[in-house]
Design a protein around this ligand. Sequence first.
Ligand code: PEP
Length: 249
Amino acid sequence: MRTPIIAGNWKMYKSVKESINFANQLNEKLKSVKDREIVIAPTFLATALVVDALRFSNIQVATQDAHWENEGAFTGNISPLSLKELGVKFVILGHSEKRQYDNETDERVNRKLKNVLKDGLKAIVCVGETLQEREAGKTEKVVETQVSGCFEGIGLGDLSNIVIAYEPVWAIGTGKNATPEQANEVHAFIRSLIAKKYNAEAAGNIRIQYGGSVKPENIKQLMAQPDIDGALVGGASLKVESFEALVKF
Ligand code: PEP
């Protein structure tokens, strides 16, 4: 059985103070939840204090990126080893906004993924097509290229520390979400790619989250699909009541 995993990506929202306050409120609301994993990804600056606020809670902290080296002359970058030291559990890699604005590529995601796993962190690896690519009938090709590039050289033993997030770019922050059936179709395709590269057991075990305008109103239908194991949520994770409703779908 795959444990559902609901993650909130705060992007560049919330000041440090707001983040701590928000984390404390979430902790109060979600402390009785036992049957699913809960992850939040605050800004880098808020990370250490949010980890502290949630140290004895059932909410795990992620960051929205990390570097492919643990140290070196990489001005402005973040070492995953330091994140591990703080108590961070997950790193989100390959988010479409990193791909769009910071020249993130599958090759860089792959290097980062290897380093993050080596340091004992888990990863949420994001893939997904643009509207233009979907309309040109290229969804499967695009997702296949991304999965193949991001997972190059990743061993079978590492898969239990990786979650895949299928996030169609056209659905992120736009209010347009893929229908549950559209999303499930791509999830099943991604699972078939994992089966081909690794084996059927690994494909059956890996968790695939859907992301793209997930809200309390649509999460139930999405989670009812056989290949959707969770959600990566941006906008609707920024309010306590709505993130609580998402976690308790
Ligand atoms: C995201 O940031 O990964 C995301 C899916 O955003 P939103 O839920 O706002 O579409």
